[in-house]
Design a protein around this ligand. Structure first.
Ligand code: FAD
Ligand code: SF4
Length: 472
């Protein structure tokens, strides 16, 4: 009789996590990550497709089946080198990329069961490499002594770091100019420690510095030096990756009451300035007992979960659309709800209320329902008549989006911007309308993702290399 014993199917391996009741009081990372055995088990689920869909879903085309196969074989050094061929920040991407709508969203296994946990595996491999001091062999600098042309990178977010890494590896003299006192962009000042430990970002920056990249902080380009002055100082090409960090508000009555602030300010004070250590540090932060966060993207989830960790008694997320339309990653919504954050969906604020000292005490809201589709095809939220109600709150964090900061663009001639103030750049190369200047990341696309900012950086670095060798 033919032996019909089938190999037992391996279920998708979950990462262990801190208990929600414990973690909501600390800033340590929520998931613990895989160990080698679990990573190999998860890697064994990949069926090594000949034409892998997962790669089509990866904006930087990491060879996913190849790195997973190396994990399966226990060759983690091989796996990290395979990832580094395409992605210089895997420990970051393994944690914050929206894998469910990218690589994992395309994984063939996802049609019948759960997709391979590509993000968790990427994170495991990158963490293993950092813990075992494995460095990026492909990033060793080629000396371009023939020219040693100078490149300035304005902004040290994921797009600027990618450009800097790619161009130093090609042998150029690279200087990053960063406005803040610490490099890393949103990875440092926006995304909280419990989602992305800062030591990971500083390790990536340290690796670039080891390769020769100069990082100049407290350097606000457009204020202390213009792009034209950078050319006069001897830079041959410039990459602008200044992000889209200008907060948006809702323009509602009472919005200037004490106790209403933008998510950008709230998260920057907490993450970058460590305001939760006040008075040991100089930066105070309003803590709030009844906190409301307006918006439902990743920024809103990060703000709500930060407020919980800073000691709020109640944290509510107020969003005018439905659960299905929440832009945040599903995992972040799940984590937020596990930590006790309440969602008030199809709800919109109309006015903020304060006391005689100008301090916020509450807000008026209305309930919404989804009506006819608008130009974009999404059903438009409309107010339900007579649904007004009051919500008590002493802190409101506005996380309804951000825009382009005009500081650099308005102080630069010949660089075209669109009607929203974003820089106009060629989609394939990142070339702007100003000779010798490239741009990419959120300052071109508007608020997007880490991996798209990195992808734009990589394309621009290739184009800058060609320009520096052959001209505009
Ligand atoms: P940034 O990361 O914004 O970096 C720009 C840098 O330029 C900053 O350091 C800034 O200080 C500096 N700068 C600005 N102006 C100047 C100047 N004039 N001179 C010098 N330097 C200047 N994406 C995901 O993929 N997954 C997530 O989970 C996720 N969560 C997020 C959570 C939060 C709270 C936020 C705010 C964003 C999140 N994003 C997430 C979006 C993602 O972080 C951004 O799309 C990405 O960081 C954009 O990269 P960037 O390099 O274009 O700009
Ligand atoms: Fe493996 Fe899924 Fe990619 Fe196929 S699509 S190679 S199963 S990760």
């Amino acid at each position: 009789m033919v032996d019909k014993v089938k190999k037992e199917k391996v279920a998708r391996q979950q990462m262990k996590e801190q208990d929600p009741n414990v973690r909501k009081k600390n800033f340590q990372e929520v998931p613990f990550g895989y160990d080698l055995e679990t990573a190999q088990l998860e890697a064994s689920r990949c069926i090594q497709c000949k034409s892998p869909n997962c790669m089509k879903g990866c904006p930087v085309s990491v060879n996913i089946p190849a790195f997973i196969n190396l994990v399966k074989q226990g060759d983690i050094e091989g796996a990290i080198n395979k990832i580094w061929e395409k992605n210089s920040l895997p420990a970051v991407c393994g944690r914050v990329c929206p894998q469910e709508s990218q690589c994992e969203g395309e994984c063939i296994l996802g049609k019948k069961e759960e997709p391979v946990a590509i993000g968790n595996l990427e994170r495991f491999v990158a963490d293993y490499a950092r813990e075992h001091n494995i460095s990026n062999s492909s990033a060793s600098c080629k000396s371009n002594s023939e020219t040693k042309k100078k490149v300035a990178v304005v902004g040290s977010g994921p797009s600027g770091l990618t450009v800097a890494g790619d161009l130093i590896a090609k042998g150029y003299d690279v200087t990053i100019k960063e406005a803040f006192h610490k490099p890393g962009g949103v990875l440092v000042y926006g995304i909280p420690e419990f989602r992305l430990p800062k030591e990971i970002v500083s390790a990536e920056v340290a690796m670039l510095e080891k390769l020769g990249v100069k990082v100049e902080c407290n350097s606000v380009v457009g204020q202390i030096v213009s792009l034209d002055e950078l050319f006069e100082q001897g830079f041959d090409a410039i990459y602008v990756g200044v992000g889209a960090g200008l907060p948006k508000f809702m323009n509602l009555p009472g919005e200037n009451l004490i106790g209403i602030l933008s998510a950008n300010e709230y998260l920057t004070r907490t993450n970058l300035m460590k305001a939760y250590l006040f008075p040991k540090v100089d930066t105070p932060i309003p803590k709030g007992k009844n906190v409301v966060v307006l918006g439902a993207g990743n920024v809103a989830m990060d703000s709500a979960r930060t407020a919980m960790r800073l000691g709020a008694e109640n944290v509510k997320i107020v969003y005018r659309r439905s659960r299905e339309e929440m832009p945040a990653r599903k995992a972040e919504i799940h984590h937020a709800e596990e930590e006790g954050i309440e969602l008030f969906l199809l709800t919109n604020p109309t006015k903020f209320i304060g006391d005689e000292k100008g301090r916020l005490t509450g807000m008026e809201c209305v309930k919404m329902e989804l009506g006819e589709p608008d130009e974009s095809g999404r059903r438009r939220p409309v107010v339900i008549k007579g649904s007004d109600f009051h919500m008590d709150c002493d802190l409101v964090i506005v996380a309804v989006g951000s825009g382009a900061n005009p500081l650099l663009t308005t102080s630069t001639s010949d660089m075209e911007t669109n009607k929203w103030g974003y820089i106009v750049a060629d989609e394939e190369t990142g070339k702007t309308t100003k000779r010798g200047v490239w741009a990419g990341g959120d300052i071109v696309t508007g608020a997007a993702t880490v991996i798209s900012a990195m992808g734009a950086g990589r394309q621009a670095a290739d184009s800058m290399d060609k320009y520096l060798k052959f001209g505009w």
